[in-house]
Ligand binder design. Sequence first.
Ligand code: DGJ
Length: 731
Amino acid sequence: MSILYNESKKTFSLHTFRTTYQLKIGNLNYVNHLYYGSTIHDEDLSFLIRRYDRGFSGNPYDSLKERTFSLDAQPQEFTTQQQGDFRINSIEVQNADGSFSFDGRYVSHTVYKGPFTLNGLPTAFARETDTVDTLEIVLEDAVTKVRVTLLYSVFEEADVIMRAVRVHNGGDGEIKLKRIMSFNMDYMNGKNLDLISLPGRYGQERQVERQPLTHHVHKVRSGRGISSHQQNPFIALVERNANEEYGECYGFALMYSGSFLAEVELDQYDQARLVMGINDRLFSYPVAPGEDFDTPAVLMTYSHKGLGGMSRKYHNFIRNNLNKSKFVRDVKRPVLINTWEAAFFTFDDVKLVEIAKAAKGMGVEMVVMDDGWFGKRDDDNSGLGDWYVNEKKIKCGLTELVRQINDLGMKFGIWFEPEMVSEDSDLYRAHPDWVMEIPGRHAVRSRNQLVLDVGRKEVQDYLIESINRILDSANIYYVKWDDNRAITDLWSNSLPAERQGEVSHRYVLGLYRVMDGIIKTHPNIMFEGCAGGGGRFDTAMLTYFVQYWSSDNTKPLDNLKLHYGSSFLYPTCTMGAHVSNASPMVPLETKAAIAMCGTFGYELDATKLKKKEIQACKRMSNLYHKYYDLNFFGDYYRLVNPFEQVNLVAWESVAKDRSEALVTVITVNLTMNGPQEYIKCRGLEPNRLYTIEGDGEKYTASGMALMHAGIPVPREVPDFTAFIYHLKAIG
Ligand code: DGJ
């Protein structure tokens, strides 16, 4: 059992293999946070909390004039509201009597086997070999009878704790949640912490920013209705001196695909508090007597082995515990070619078959028909919502087209953008009230499209039914699920005026229901997520999608940064990456080596390639297959940071048994007559001998030498040369 309750000390110790998390039922039944870090025994760490009279920090009434007890100065497991703690808080509730207050005290707890699940929201699951226990702690406000249950599922082998919160209205009047965060995390000393986040923009998702905590509230947020290109629902708090190899790192990944918020505050005593959850902007959620509200889950991990240690824990967890699809681990994903950058909206069935024929020679195994095959969709002004085949383009019909592609020995994939509607569409003409539009105003257009009110059941049912009809009409192997705009005009015609604060969250819940109805009912189809590139790439989406289109930016050098940033949380096997015509000065082989740091595929018109290029692609597709396991399931190491002024960029994948490794090096600017560059490997077996191949030379060296001295990279080569070094242990 990974959760230990010490009855006499009233401590809960949550143990994973390498970490401990401790909390305690403290003074006046407030629950204190005591510790999160490397493994310690079950000793009571409450000696860490020192109490002083802190001026201007109030004391709860029943502390009986004890001026040293203030919620404003002590680490809490979840916050109260208006009980004298002036720091950022995890709950803001308006009670039935109109007051804003919550004074949650411990009333009970339970422990059970297996992870918790949430109402309508995705969570991680346990595989047979995983040891997972869950702790639920109930806090109750004695006056309002509002209960907050703190949920902790401890994934022992993975060193991950999944947390969430369930609010129950035990009173007899409706309450309104104005803010309800998924967790609260207090640090007794936060002065030496840096905040890492993954900001970006369209075409430049998940760049890396790191800043020291200072005495104000740091916010990382999306208010775009989707988790967004601009911020990812992930942050890390790391020791100031932490680097790839060393230092304490705490990661927090919110399993939510809508507007989110993370706030970190360094308080007056240098304590740090972090809360993360649904963005409270434009949020107000009523909970009727007897009802529950569940927050999204968050995945926390800790490593004292630096950023790399933290990322590898996430990579393992995402590969094992988020998505049950056979395409995650058991079925090899095919090399695909996507038609978007090849043809945009101008294709027909004949062109698709031509692309398929040409692509076969490149080692491509699947053709993906992107946007433009349905309704009246010749550009981005029309057609969205009309999920039936455009027979002017697909003249032979979908079933027949797929058959022709299958006859070439290739699989077939298709594109949808379920949540959106064009004003010029049959769907909009039939149901104009299904869009999000504030009464008396015109909805904001974005890419000429409007957003369906996916929180509505009839909209969900339409999407499930119309999309499933297409999926069941042909031998479809793959779906790309797109979303090409952010959400504005929050309004639902199905809800009364006083409940419009629910719309944003209901949209996300509705979306998950649609995805359950389409994705979970088609276990033999491989689903890839997309939102104008990587605009909704998050851990909740990865419970549905085995991979996510990283970015519409297929420029290989930009992708060095994009992959680097994404890899803080996401493993290679989840990052959609294609070779395209962008950046003609970069050789095809280099583009492919970079795309192999993701799921690998092509995004170009195969019919226009020269014979030599087709052959080069074939070699690269073969290489993708050859190193599939190593790339997808190995331990990933960031070797060189592309955000720094560097001459080359490098990363590495090491087999779990350390018997082989793949080190990819891309030269970006080897100065003329400059010094010899070395790449130091990581994660190898120090005393084993490895053969090294990849730059024309073949030699042998110990893991120790490769890690401490490095691989010499040939320097008299053009910029943008790729070296893929294969290291193989001898014996
Ligand atoms: C945005 C995606 O990121 C592209 O790959 C493509 O599918 C277009 N949408 C199609 O409209």
